[in-house]
Write a protein that binds this ligand. Structure first.
Ligand code: ASP
Ligand code: MG
Length: 405
């Protein structure tokens, strides 16, 4: 008999009525003959409330205790859902992370799953129980409770599906799938039926709102097809799976945008070995993640170097670079917070040339200046002025044939 893993996010289990609705869905699948393992999140808003409470106690709550606290959100939902299922006459049992043998490393608040024993889950499933696992939590080698980072119950679900070799892993949320662009700014955005793991990983800004991106890496590694869909409708959502390129002839599958980066430029730095290390080492030592880097070709022994950092780290990074510039004798340091990154993503690019030139031409037609460019095998990203973000997304969406009829 096949196993289906179903994960329900916070908005799907927001209150008792919602939990009843979810229970009905679960029993429908169960009645079709499947074994069902359910992974649940905390009720909507609960994790935030728990963090708030901890912050009222102290500005920097001890991480181990914070995880003990946060894990209670999922514990509550797991128990309530199992009770609901039992009250409906179905055999069900809740399991906390450690009871489901979710073994993690010991980085509290952002732990990684090392292994899932799943012995107990299998036993229960073999006896035709519906097993309800508290997502987002596990325990380390010493039995301490750990949590997997915000949105982590997606990763729990994918990991359990991998271990159980489940037929499918359904992630139920409050949107009906992944879109070709953010529907809030591009009204012609369409729901995508099927998308590859790599595309999902490359469109973090669109995808991350729907799925914890770490869970996609996990799904790819273990080849678990993930069906992202809404718990509020019967419609099919988006399948995230191993798609061979060439199946669809689209060059581009989605247009994404991010407004959370800022740009820093060092003018006229000496073009010699060791300079880039001097510029970027203090940035990484400050824990700042650099996204794009562009170095101009040098003229007369000098070059300009530009890179982007998250907006919230902009001031720190700028201060660091002012000190670096003095040390290495750079002429000036410039910063710009009003930038955005627009990207086109698609496995189809592997087999098509001309995606980059088309993207640049389309932007040029609207007089949008490109400040930086970066490419990967299946993505092209441009940094542009922030005020053109919406326009850029819409015209690229149209130009690459993604608009819905
Ligand atoms: N409850 C956790 C959070 O809000 C985990 C999850 O929902 O996946 O981040
Ligand atoms: Mg979520």
């Amino acid at each position: 008999m096949g196993i289906i893993v179903q994960k329900y996010g916070g908005t799907s289990v927001a209150d008792i009525d919602h939990i009843r609705n979810v229970a009905k869905r679960i029993t429908k699948t169960y009645d079709q003959g499947y074994n069902v393992v359910v992974v649940i999140s905390a009720m909507a808003g609960v994790t935030d409330e728990l963090i708030d409470m901890a912050m009222q106690v102290t500005d920097s709550p001890e991480k181990r205790e914070l995880d003990v606290l946060l894990a209670t959100g999922e514990q509550t939902t797991a128990a309530l859902l199992a009770m609901t299922l039992k009250a409906m006459g179905y055999p069900a049992m809740s399991l906390l992370g450690h009871q489901a043998e979710v073994l993690t490393d010991c980085s509290f608040g952002n732990a990684r799953i090392l292994d899932i024993g799943a012995g107990r889950i299998k036993e229960l499933v073999d006896e035709r129980n519906i097993v309800v696992v508290a997502g987002f939590q596990g325990s380390d080698q010493n039995g301490n409770i750990t949590t997997l980072g915000r949105g982590g119950s997606d990763t729990t679900a994918v990991a359990i599906a991998a271990v159980l070799k489940a037929d499918s892993c359904e992630i139920y949320t409050d949107v009906d799938g992944i879109y070709t662009a953010d529907p809030n700014i591009c009204e012609k955005a369409r729901k995508i039926d099927t998308i590859s793991y790599d595309e999902m990983l490359n469109m973090a800004s669109l995808g991350a709102k729907v799925l914890q991106i770490r869970s996609v890496g996990f799904a790819k590694m273990h080849d678990v097809p993930v069906h992202v869909r809404s718990s509020f409708s019967e419609e099919e959502g988006t399948m995230v799976m191993n798609v061979d390129c060439g199946m669809e002839s689209l060059m581009v599958s989605a247009v994404t945008h991010e407004k959370d980066q800022a740009r820093i430029t060092l003018k006229k730095v000496h073009d010699q070995p060791g300079i880039a290390a001097k510029i970027f080492t203090p940035v990484s030592e400050a824990g700042i993640v650099v996204d794009m880097i562009v170095q101009n070709t040098s003229a007369e022994g000098f070059t300009d170097l530009t890179f982007t950092v998250p907006k919230e780290s902009f001031k720190t990074a700028l201060d660091i670079q002012r000190r670096v510039a003095e040390k290495i004798g750079a002429e000036d340091v410039l910063g710009d917070k009003n930038i955005a990154k627009v990207s086109v993503v698609g496995v189809g690019m592997r087999n098509h040339s001309g995606v980059a030139s088309k993207m640049f031409t389309v932007l040029a037609q609207e007089n949008i200046n490109i400040m930086m460019i970066s490419t990967s095998e299946i993505r092209i990203s441009c940094i542009i002025e922030e005020k053109y973000t919406e326009l850029a997304v819409r015209i690229l969406h149209t130009a690459f044939g993604l608009d819905k009829e």
